[in-house]
Design a protein around this ligand. Structure first.
Ligand code: RB5
Length: 146
C-alpha cells in the first residue's frame, strides 16, 4: 500500500451520500480509498465510524483520513481524542488550506448537512494538495499531545 496515496474515509448515515461522492472523487484522482463505513443511510452512531478512522490514523496505518457526519461536530470530538490525530472541521477553503499549512491536520472533517458537493470536493482537493509549513508550527503541534 502506498501510504501517502491512501486515504481512509468514514461517515455516519447523515453524510453517507456525500461520503460516496467523495470516494468517487478521490478514486478519479488516483487515490486509494479505504471505506470504513457506514454502508447505508440507516441510522448509526458517528462515534463508531469516527473511532475506526481516527484509530487507523493514530496508529499510523493511514497518513490521512476524512470524516463526515451531519455537522462534522461529533466526528471532530471523537477524532481529536486519539493521540497524534489532528482533525480539522472545515467548511471554507481558507481553513482547509491553513489546517495543513499551520496545523498539519491529518483528518479532514466536514458536515454533510452543512456544505454542498462542489464545496466538499474543493475542500478535499485543497486539503490534500497543501503541504505543512513546518518550522515553528512543528514545535507547536508537537506540544498538542498531552
Ligand atoms: C446524526 O443525526 C447527527 O447527530 C450526526 O450526524 C452529527 O451531526 C453529530 O455530530
Amino acid at each position: 500500500m502506498d501510504r501517502e496515496n491512501s486515504i481512509i474515509i468514514g461517515s455516519d448515515h447523515a453524510a453517507f451520500e456525500l461520503k460516496e461522492k467523495i470516494k468517487d472523487f478521490l478514486l478519479s484522482r488516483g487515490y486509494v480509498v479505504e471505506d470504513a463505513g457506514a454502508d447505508s443511510e440507516d441510522s448509526v452512531s458517528y462515534v463508531d465510524y469516527g473511532k475506526k478512522v481516527a484509530g487507523a490514523v493514530s496508529q499510523g496505518r493511514f497518513a490521512r483520513g476524512i470524516l463526515l457526519c451531519g455537522t462534522g461536530l461529533g466526528m471532530s470530538m471523537v477524532a481529536n481524542r486519539f493521540p497524534k490525530v489532528r482533525a480539522a472541521l472545515c467548511s471554507d477553503i481558507f481553513s482547509a488550506r491553513m489546517s495543513r499549512v499551520h496545523n498539519d491536520a491529518n483528518i479532514l472533517v466536514m458536515g454533510g448537512r452543512i456544505i454542498g458537493d462542489i464545496l466538499a470536493y474543493e475542500l478535499v482537493r485543497t486539503w490534500l494538495e497543501t503541504e505543512f509549513e513546518g518550522g515553528r508550527h512543528l514545535d507547536r503541534i508537537q506540544c498538542i499531545d498531552l
